[in-house]
Design a protein around this ligand. Structure first.
Ligand code: Q46
Ligand code: ZN
Ligand code: ZN
Length: 304
């Protein structure tokens, strides 16, 4: 298999794009593609300040790497969740994130959930009516709150996360199985900011997980191989496996599934619903927007 750009031996073959590339051209192709998607979906400009949520995994570190190679003003935010039993998952991911930031002279904000809010994610989960809130639910609430807070406090225009095509297709698949319309309306490359919330963007949403893996490996990015222990057995992993089976039989199916959804929505499939905008109120404690008057769900959890 030869590189389409130079004819040298290819190291990555992407059946879904009918494209094979050598290392050098692959490492150029991924940032080019990402830059194209950032512009196509009007995610942000070179003048805006971007906050990248970095977990220490291959996707978020690669995203940070790509954004700085493309010349964007991108700082990092690492949220220490305190998930350490057995695996040292949080400690190790923080170490690798810090190492990456230092090696590239990038600015990194670190928020330690236990130090700032009094408990780790597993502890919050245990305390919530004896585990009624699963760790991932608590984690989602906390991460969203912290990301919004840091973006607001430090004046970032936009928050970028490392979700790749496999992540997005799995979420869409889950939402489609239950026709979760409200969620489908909000899913996409860009979630526009409002009432003091930064815009949220997913610059890697059209790049396959294995393409990101190849990028991280070929760039020599040191990332945490272990998945978070709470992700074991999750439905999203199950959906990813189903979609991988489909993809291996029909290369490109995953991308078509996701892009056709975006296109269907753009051409008006959900148009009536899009005009219905939930009214937002500022949380009486932290000021972040929330759908019901009073406390937001994060502050409600904290007060319990
Ligand atoms: S980090 Fe948090 Fe994920 Fe771990 S506890 Fe669940 S949500 S699985 S992306
Ligand atoms: Zn080449
Ligand atoms: Zn609040």
């Amino acid at each position: 298999m030869k590189c389409r750009a130079c004819g040298q031996k290819a190291v990555v073959n992407m059946r879904q794009h009918k494209l094979a590339l050598c290392k050098e051209h692959y490492l150029e192709w991924i940032p080019e593609q990402t830059g194209r998607f950032i512009e196509k979906y009007k995610m942000f400009s070179h003048e805006e300040k971007v906050l990248v949520a970095v977990s220490g995994g291959k996707d978020s570190l690669s995203l940070w790497d790509i954004l700085q190679r493309l010349g964007y003003q991108a700082d990092g935010l690492y949220i220490c969740l305190g998930i350490d039993e057995g695996l040292n998952y949080s400690a190790e991911s923080q170490r690798l994130t810090g190492k990456f930031a230092a090696a590239h002279s990038l600015k990194l904000h670190i928020v330690d959930v236990q130090k700032e809010y009094g408990s780790t994610i597993p502890e919050f989960s245990l305390k919530s009516h004896r585990g009624r809130l699963k760790p991932c639910s608590v984690c989602g609430l906390v991460k969203r709150h912290v990301m919004n807070r840091v973006a607001r406090d430090f004046g970032y225009d936009v928050l970028a996360t490392g979700h790749n095509l496999d992540d997005e297709a799995a979420v869409l698949f889950g939402n489609t199985l239950s026709w979760a319309g409200e969620y489908m309306l909000r899913q996409g490359p860009v979630l526009h900011g409002n009432s003091g919330l930064a815009r949220k963007v997913k610059p890697l949403c059209r790049i396959y997980e294995r393409e990101m893996l190849a990028y991280a490996l070929l760039r020599g990015i040191e990332y945490i191989y272990d998945e978070c222990p709470f992700s074991v057995g999750s439905t999203s992993i199950y959906y990813k496996q189903l979609l991988n089976k489909l993809e291996s039989d029909r290369p490109g199916a995953k991308q078509t599934f996701y892009l056709s959804f975006l296109e269907a929505r753009r051409s008006g499939l959900f148009v009536e619903r899009e005009t219905i905008q939930a009214e937002l109120h500022p949380c009486t404690n932290c000021g972040q927007p929330t759908s019901a008057p009073g406390l937001c769900s994060f502050c409600r959890m904290m007060s319990r």
